[in-house]
Design a binder for this molecule. Structure first.
Ligand SMILES: [Zn+2]
Length: 236
């Protein structure tokens, strides 16, 4: 090993001793290959139980509303739960490594699904440019990019665009949300997606109004087929 590299490694080791990287949830020092979450906390991510079933909870949430090929979520999102805490740190404390960490995990989960090899392109749900400017990033884009890297599938962040900046959906009924989400998305280059099998990614699935609106827009493209993946599915 070259001396320069040895010194760099020692330097990094010392830095780590003075400022150890901490688990973002339990704040214990991370060891070995641990990143973002310690192994104990990472094991507590409440993974969805029925992801392999064609009629899993995610698919059921869209059944009868839109046409899609597959739908799957990685973990359960509960009020006060681990995934909610992580999303809060990501969105409001701008802790981007969380999105990379979760995107990779999602990628590894999808790697085992037989249908994933049929996907041509991964498209994250876009944020309105005003919101990206305010937050500094689109968390779904980071999750999708990390997932795409693991799966070795092309990422497309250009073709689907957000043309309407919607207000907060939090205090709205399902019907109000659906109305609010009408004509929110547009296509900037539909030729790019013609005949493609698209995997559309959103961070957290609640009523599904956002994804439904995205899919309605995407399906204007000739021969396009959509599958859905979300990091979390909100449950009571
Ligand atoms: Zn921990």
């Amino acid at each position: 090993m070259p001396l320069k590299k040895v010194i760099q490694d020692i330097g990094r080791g010392l830095l780590h001793l003075i400022y150890p990287k901490l688990c973002v949830d339990c704040h214990k020092a991370l060891v070995g290959n641990e990143d973002v979450l310690c192994i104990v906390c990472a094991d507590k991510i409440p993974l969805t139980k029925d992801a392999d079933r064609i009629d899993n909870e995610t698919a059921l949430r869209f059944a009868g509303r839109i046409k899609f090929k597959h739908a799957i979520s990685y973990a359960y999102f509960r009020e006060g739960g681990l995934l909610q805490r992580l999303m809060h740190l990501l969105k409001y404390k701008k802790h981007r490594p969380i999105a990379v960490f979760l995107g990779r995990r999602l990628g590894h989960m999808l790697k085992n699904k037989s249908w994933i090899k049929d996907i041509d392109v991964i498209v994250p749900v876009p944020l309105h440019p005003t919101k990206v400017k305010k937050r500094g990033f689109n968390q779904s884009e980071i999750i999708a990019a990390s997932m795409a890297e693991i799966l070795n599938i092309t990422l497309d962040t250009q073709s689907l665009i957000r043309i309407k900046n919607t207000e907060s959906q939090t205090n709205k009924s399902r019907a109000q949300r659906a109305e609010n989400m009408k004509d929110v998305f547009g296509l900037s280059n539909s030729a790019q997606l013609k005949g493609k099998r698209v995997l559309l990614l959103d961070d957290i699935l609640t009523t599904g109004a956002t994804l439904e609106s995205c899919i309605t827009t995407l399906q204007k493209v000739e021969g396009l087929e959509v599958s859905i993946v979300t990091l979390g599915i909100a449950i009571d």
